[in-house]
Design a protein around this ligand. Structure first.
Ligand code: ADP
Ligand code: MG
Length: 250
């Protein structure tokens, strides 16, 4: 069982951002996706998570096709992504941002609100507890009731991760979790990722910074110009002349 990406192509106008991309992430694995700017990494995440339809190709997850599902439907199967540029609600607190992330609350529907107030309250309490737990896990207690817009870049990345955790994920797609983050916080974010991976949550992590990712992921895919260039263990991948050329040329 795995995330299975098969032969995905995607063009913007006449520009081919993805050309026949295939990759596989076994359930519970920690896999890196590297490549120079413009390689198509974020576009691939958008296609996998259902934010953008591909022109061609198929996405399967844990043995079922995701092709007909929107992002919320894919999240319900346990597949979620974060965004390269965090999408926090700047005026809401960290806690409120996380409360807003959880899917399928009864309180979202008017029917639920008017006819099942007891159930709504119960669910809200359960959600608030889950949010507090995630805030503790990510060491965000001190800023939990601050507006998210006031956080540092690294803290915003943690809030993104927290939002992903609240949908009970089985595979999280992280888009550049270390970009613009100070080295101390990078170490912390890596620790949290390792811990979650140890609990069985899989990760596919995009990173532009090769060094950071080789410390984290035992297996890397390399993209360049909309294609998978190669894959394998970090040492082998970094020794590959085509990879160095892609980075120097990019
Ligand atoms: P990466 O994440 O690897 O840096 P992206 O997937 O963001 O690369 O972008 C790949 C290429 O596709 C880039 O040349 C980018 O300009 C282009 N691109 C991405 N999204 C769009 C879009 N919505 N419309 C047009 N071009 C896009
Ligand atoms: Mg990107």
């Amino acid at each position: 069982m795995s995330l299975q990406v098969t032969n995905i192509s995607k063009a913007f106008g006449g520009f081919k951002a993805l050309s026949g991309v295939s990759l596989e992430v076994p359930m519970g694995a920690l896999v890196g996706l590297i490549g120079p700017n413009g390689a198509g990494k974020s576009t691939l995440f958008s296609v996998i998570s259902g934010f953008m339809p591909p022109d061609e190709g198929a996405i399967g997850f844990d043995g079922r096709s995701l092709d007909g599902l929107n992002p919320a439907g894919r999240a319900r199967t346990g597949l979620v992504r974060t965004f390269q540029v965090p999408r926090e609600f700047a005026h809401l607190t960290v806690r409120e941002n996380m409360m807003a992330a959880a899917p399928g609350q009864t309180g979202e529907s008017l029917v639920g609100l008017f006819f099942r107030p007891g159930k709504v309250r119960e669910e809200e309490e359960r959600l608030a507890e889950a949010v507090s737990e995630v805030i503790r896990f990510l060491r965000l207690e001190r800023v939990a009731d601050e507006p998210a817009g006031k956080l540092s870049g690294g803290q915003k990345k943690l809030v993104e991760l927290g939002r992903a955790l609240l949908v009970e994920p089985r595979l999280i797609l992280l888009d550049e979790p270390f970009a613009g983050v100070n080295p101390v916080l990078i170490g912390e974010i890596m620790e949290r990722i390792r811990e979650l991976n140890g609990r069985g949550i899989g990760f596919l992590v995009i990173e532009h910074d090769l060094e950071a990712l080789t410390r984290l992921a035992p297996q890397l895919y390399v993209m360049d110009q909309g294609r998978i260039l190669t894959m394998g263990a970090p040492d082998a991948v970094l020794a590959d002349a085509r990879v160095r050329e892609a980075y120097l040329g990019g």
